[in-house]
Ligand binder design. Structure first.
Ligand code: ATP
Ligand code: MG
Length: 417
C-alpha cells in the first residue's frame, strides 16, 4: 500500500479538520489531483484539491456550522473553496459527465469514485488519498507516476474530443512530469485534434500555454507540440521562427540565475514584429501588461554589442529598459550557445552581460528643469515652452546627463536672450 501520510502538509490541522468535517455522517472526502501526484513524485505541492460524495449545499452547510469560510468558486461544477488559516482547499462533489461538446461539459453529481476518476483527464491526475494518507488508484496512475508517463484515461481520442483543452493539458503535464517520449496514443490523438483547437476560448488557451511555458524546461514539450502541428495551430507566429532558441534560453536561465519568464520564452519563438505581435495579443486576449511587454520588446532598438556605456545610457533614457532587457537576454542566450564552439566570442558575451546588468540596475536620471523654469524667464505660456525644454533636455542627454541645474538655467537664459 502506498501512502502520502508522511508528507508534512498532510498533517496540517486545517486539512485534518476538513477530513473530520466531511468524512462524518455518511459523507466521504479524499484528496485528488496535483497534491497527491506531486507528493508521490517527491515534488512540492501547490493548491490542494479534494473530492467528496457530499453535494455542494451540504459542504456549505457543514462548513457554516463549523465556522469555516466557504466560497462558491465553481458552484455550477460543484466546487466550493473552503478557506482555513488563509489556505484554500478546493472541494468538488464527485461528478459524471452527462454531455460534452469539446468545450463545455454538462455534469451531474454522483457518489461513484470510479466514475469520478474516469472522467478526469490523465492517469497521474486521478489518484486519490484518504484521510489516512492511503493512495487509491482506480485508473493505473501509480504505474505511470513511476515511469513518468503522461497518459489519458481510457481512449485518448475520445477523451480529447470531450474537451479539446486536454490537448494543451497533455503537453503541459508532459512538460512538468513526463520523461522520454510522450505516450504515442496521446500524441496521435492531440495531432488529430489540432484543427479543433480554434473552438476553445482564447483565455483558456493562453492560460494553459502560459503554465506550459513556466515549466522548468518546456523544451521537449514544445518540440512535440511543434512536431504534431499543435504549436503552429495555436501560435502561427512561431511557424518560421521555431523553437530552436528555447534550449539556449533555458540553459542561460539556469547558468545566470534568471527567473524563468513565460513571456520571454514566448518572445524567443516569435519574430519581433510589432504588428504581428499586436494581432497575437488580441487573438489570445493577453492582458494589457503582457501585450505591452511584446510591443516594448519588438519596438526597442537593436543593441550592437560594440555600443559604449554612455551611448547605451542615452538609449535607455529614450527607450526605457523594458524592451531592451528581453532583447539583451535573448541575444546573450543565443551567443552563449555559439560561444560553446567559439571561444573568441567570450569577450562579446562579457560585454552583453555587462550591458544587461546596466539595464537592470538603471534608474532614469531626472531632467533638472521644468516648464516653470522657462515661464520664469518671461517666455509666454504656449508650445514654445515645451519646445525649449525638449531642446535643452536633448542637449543634456547628449552630454550624458552631466549638466546640472545651474548650468541648464544659464543655458536657458542665453536661449531666451
Ligand atoms: P496543478 O498542480 O496545476 O494544480 P492539478 O492536477 O491539480 O495540477 P487542476 O487544473 O488544479 O490540476 O485540476 C485538478 C484536477 O481536476 C486534475 O488533477 C484533474 O484530475 C481534473 N481536471 C482538471 N481539468 C480537467 C479537464 N480539462 N479534463 C479532465 N479533468 C480535469
Ligand atoms: Mg490543482
Amino acid at each position: 500500500m502506498t501512502s502520502i501520510a508522511a508528507e508534512t502538509w498532510f498533517s496540517a490541522p486545517a486539512l485534518r479538520r476538513i477530513f473530520d468535517l466531511l468524512n462524518a455522517d455518511g459523507g466521504e472526502v479524499r484528496l485528488v489531483g496535483g497534491a497527491v501526484r506531486n507528493s508521490l513524485m517527491g515534488l512540492p505541492v501547490g493548491d490542494i484539491d479534494m473530492a467528496t460524495t457530499l453535494v455542494p449545499e451540504e459542504v456549505v452547510r457543514r462548513a457554516g456550522d463549523a465556522g469555516i469560510k466557504a466560497v462558491p468558486t465553481g458552484i455550477a461544477h460543484g466546487t466550493i473553496t473552503l478557506v482555513m488559516d488563509g489556505q484554500p482547499f478546493e472541494v468538488t462533489t464527485l461528478r459524471r459527465d452527462v454531455e460534452t461538446d469539446g468545450r463545455h461539459a454538462e455534469v451531474a453529481f454522483g457518489t461513484d469514485w470510479r466514475v469520478d476518476a474516469e472522467r478526469r483527464d490523465l492517469t497521474i491526475n486521478a489518484l486519490y488519498a484518504d484521510s489516512e494518507g492511503e493512495v487509491i488508484d482506480l485508473v493505473g496512475g501509480m504505474a505511470d507516476i513511476e515511469t513518468r508517463t503522461v497518459r489519458f484515461i481510457g481512449d485518448a481520442q475520445a477523451r480529447v474530443a470531450e474537451d479539446y483543452l486536454r490537448v494543451l493539458r497533455f503537453f503541459r503535464f508532459f512538460a512538468y512530469y513526463g520523461s522520454g517520449r510522450p505516450d504515442a496514443d496521446g500524441l496521435r490523438a492531440c495531432a488529430r485534434a489540432k484543427s479543433s483547437l480554434s473552438s476553445l476560448s482564447a483565455e483558456r488557451v493562453w492560460s494553459e500555454m502560459k503554465k506550459l511555458l513556466a515549466a522548468r524546461d518546456p523544451g521537449r514539450a514544445l518540440l512535440w507540440m511543434r512536431q504534431s502541428g499543435v504549436l503552429t495551430e495555436i501560435l502561427p507566429e512561431t511557424e518560421k521562427w521555431g523553437i530552436d532558441a528555447i534550449p539556449g534560453l533555458v540553459a542561460a536561465e539556469g547558468a545566470l540565475q534568471w527567473k524563468p519568464e513565460p513571456l520571454l520564452r514566448l518572445a524567443s519563438m516569435v519574430p519581433p514584429d510589432a504588428e504581428r505581435l499586436e494581432a497575437m495579443a488580441a487573438r489570445l486576449r493577453l492582458s494589457k501588461a503582457e501585450a505591452a511587454y511584446f510591443q516594448q520588446w519588438a519596438k526597442s532598438p537593436v543593441v550592437a554589442d560594440t555600443i559604449a556605456d554612455t551611448a547605451f545610457d542615452r538609449l535607455l533614457y529614450w527607450n526605457g529598459p523594458a524592451g531592451v532587457v528581453p532583447r539583451l537576454k535573448l541575444m546573450l542566450a543565443s551567443l552563449r550557445v555559439k560561444a560553446e564552439n567559439d571561444l573568441e566570442l567570450l569577450p562579446q558575451m562579457g560585454k552583453l552581460q555587462r550591458l544587461l546588468t546596466r539595464a537592470l540596475d538603471w534608474k532614469k536620471p531626472v531632467f533638472p528643469l521644468t516648464g516653470a523654469d522657462v515661464l520664469q524667464t518671461g517666455v509666454p505660456a504656449g508650445p514654445q515652452v515645451g519646445e525649449m525644454l525638449a531642446a535643452l533636455e536633448k542637449q543634456w542627454v547628449d552630454g550624458n546627463f552631466h549638466a546640472d541645474r545651474a548650468t541648464l538655467v544659464a543655458r536657458l537664459g542665453s536661449m531666451v536672450s
